[in-house]
Ligand binder design. Structure first.
Ligand code: AMP
Ligand code: MG
Length: 458
């Protein structure tokens, strides 16, 4: 499928999809595109024009991932033991003294693990033991239980620390009578993320071409980026054709209908990061249609609706030919949307989408979306599909890959899907009631209740 001449015609869904993808890759690889600097929140949904790098290590310090006690794993190698609690460190604090053998520091999630400590024991596996001792000895046990604790903890080390003269401010903590019984062995590194484990300073966190969702915005925020350089949105011209169409604010005559496709398309374009440019309605008349198409070709991409079927007044292909269009396909074996057309005039890609309101949305989803994404500087995404259990038997004819408005519902582990009742591809209500499209492969006449089927999310 190298040239337009070879591939023009009616293709299977897979072929048509791949043809669009191939063009997207070419466009995606093509040189520099204009960019702009926007505030962080304005960057949501946009595409990065330059990488975001780490301005420090991620995490910047050994980070405790649990509330508990920072310890030396080696101290606990022999199983349950009791350690002297020499201090506390909260998130945002630092504990400056290195932890010595036999010691523990109470620590909160997100706090920096003190030097010398190499693991955090979750608070759930510990028991705090208090003992009233002075720093010279260990008199004054409060209870038998505490006495027992002291027996375990009463090694030379603890006494040695307790007996030190002239404590530094933090060492005062070491004079408390705090002990903790650790009820579980820990391994080195447990509940600690070492500094730089996620990324080293200077490392690329988000490459150019990344679409910025919530997680990427958060990462940019963490790297101190109050604003980001993003690609300008591609301008996508939308041209609805049809003598029967009137604008939304107009009162339709008895056989007229309102131009809703310009709105579904504008909404879809906006959703995937483009800037929709809605053109006036084009009549089914070659001259005026050609003029408006020319207007649309001033944008980065053109979406046409209607006028691509076999009727006498379906003039879109002819008008495009007049302008020297190259066609990559002039139909795809899909339902709805079989007459869909894809090509380029010069370097501007266009899609002629069938006018039926469901067809226009389905064919946008299947083919045009990835082109808007490619033009916005992001790699085109694949169709988002999921598996679900079919709720009711479904019968159809073979030959077309069908994408039928459907409702996916049910639980996390066993979602169910059912086709929304519809009056055919003109039924906008069905589209509005659906949250996905049920995929029926072209060789299937029947899908059975209970079978796992594929849906395309939208
Ligand atoms: P066409 O593809 O031009 O043959 O149109 C197919 C069907 O879609 C016809 O019933 C049209 O009236 C309807 N249709 C075409 N364009 C639009 C539009 N912009 N908004 C709503 N319906 C449309
Ligand atoms: Mg028409």
């Amino acid at each position: 499928m190298n040239t337009a001449a070879q591939s023009a015609g009616v293709l299977s869904f897979e072929e048509a999809y791949e043809v669009v993808r191939e063009r997207c890759r070419k466009i995606g690889a093509a040189g520099d595109r204009p960019s702009e600097e926007v505030m962080l929140m304005q960057a949501l949904g946009r595409v990065l024009a330059e990488p975001v790098n780490a301005d420090r290590d991620f995490p910047p310090f050994a980070r405790a991932t649990r509330d508990g006690f920072a310890v030396r794993a080696q101290d606990l190698a022999s199983g349950a033991t009791t350690l002297r609690v020499v201090g506390q460190v909260r998130a945002g604090d630092t504990y400056d003294l290195p932890l010595a053998s036999g010691e523990a520091v109470e620590i909160m999630t997100g706090a920096a693990v003190p030097a010398g400590a190499d693991a955090v024991v979750m608070v759930e596996y510990t028991e705090r033991k208090n003992k009233a001792v002075n720093h010279k000895g260990h008199e004054g046990a409060q209870s038998e239980e505490d006495e027992a604790v002291i027996n375990i903890a009463d090694d030379d080390h603890v006494l040695e620390i307790a007996g030190q003269a002239e404590p530094k401010p933090q060492e005062k903590e070491k004079r408390t009578e705090d002990f903790v019984e650790i009820q579980r062995i820990v391994v080195t590194g447990e509940n600690v993320v070492p500094p730089g484990a996620e990324a080293r300073i200077g490392q690329e966190l988000l490459p150019r071409g990344t679409r910025l969702g919530a997680a990427q915005i958060a990462l940019a925020a963490a790297a101190g980026k109050a604003s980001l350089k993003v690609y300008r949105k591609p301008r996508v011209a939308i041209l609805s054709t049809g003598d029967e169409l009137v604008e939304v604010a107009e009162k339709p005559g008895p056989s007229q209908i309102r131009n809703s496709n310009s709105y579904s398309l504008a909404a879809l374009v906006a959703e995937c990061g483009g800037e929709a440019v809605q053109l006036p309605i084009a009549p089914d008349e070659e001259g005026k249609l050609t003029e408006l198409i020319q207007e649309g070709l001033k944008a980065d991409m053109l979406l046409l609706s209607g006028g691509v079927s076999m009727g006498k007044f379906d003039l879109v292909e002819q008008a495009l030919k007049n302008l020297g269009a190259q066609f990559f396909f002039t139909g795809a074996l899909v339902q709805p949307g079989k007459p869909v057309v894809f090509g380029e005039v010069g370097s501007i890609p266009f899609f002629g989408l069938p006018g039926n309101p469901v067809s226009v949305m389905v064919t946008f989803e299947l083919f045009a979306r990835q082109m808007v994404e490619a033009l916005s500087g992001a790699g085109p995404s694949r169709l988002k599909s999921a598996s679900a259990r079919l709720k009711k038997d479904f019968k159809t004819k073979t030959g077309l890959t069908r994408f039928l408005p459907a409702m996916l519902h049910g639980g996390l582990y066993d979602p169910e899907v059912e086709v929304v009742p519809w009056q055919g591809s003109g039924d906008m209500l069905a589209a509005a009631r659906a949250n996905c499209y049920l995929v029926v492969p072209p060789d299937r006449e029947k899908l059975a209740k209970g079978e796992m089927v594929t849906v395309v999310m939208r």
